[in-house]
Ligand binder design. Structure first.
Ligand code: ZN
Length: 124
């Protein structure tokens, strides 16, 4: 699975996959999901989380995608308007992020928690 086409549409990144699927990813959400050592920290062998430098400070430019570059055939490296370019996004992760709010809400189908109104006895 890999993108055949990537395109910025407004504040979204649209990805067309080679299986015919399509993902629409909010650029801000993408940036906030950056997993690089600077944004997310790095876990060492003992399981401790290390951060390189201060936590990221976002500006409007942080959510503008300036450039992207394929990394092998499994990921894409994104460079943002503020110069941040250490984030590597594996295709699988992009695909998963794009499906997050795609009408597949697990709670949407069940309304069984809403009992009939007025039928419950009033507690004292
Ligand atoms: Zn990052």
């Amino acid at each position: 699975m890999r993108p055949t086409r990537m395109e910025i549409v407004g504040s979204f990144l649209a990805i067309r996959w080679d299986d015919g699927g399509e993902s629409i990813l909010g650029l801000e959400e993408l940036r906030r999901n950056c997993q690089c050592a600077r944004c997310a920290g790095e876990v060492d062998v003992t399981g401790r989380l290390h951060r390189m430098g201060p936590p990221p400070v976002y500006t409007p430019a942080s959510f503008e995608l300036a450039h992207w570059e394929p990394m092998g055939n499994y990921a894409v490296q994104l460079r943002w308007g503020d110069g941040h370019d250490t984030g590597i996004f594996p295709f699988e992760r992009l695909r998963a992020l794009g499906q997050d709010d795609d009408g597949a809400d697990p709670n949407a189908g069940s309304n069984s928690t809403d009992g009939p109104a007025g039928a419950s006895p009033t507690p004292e």
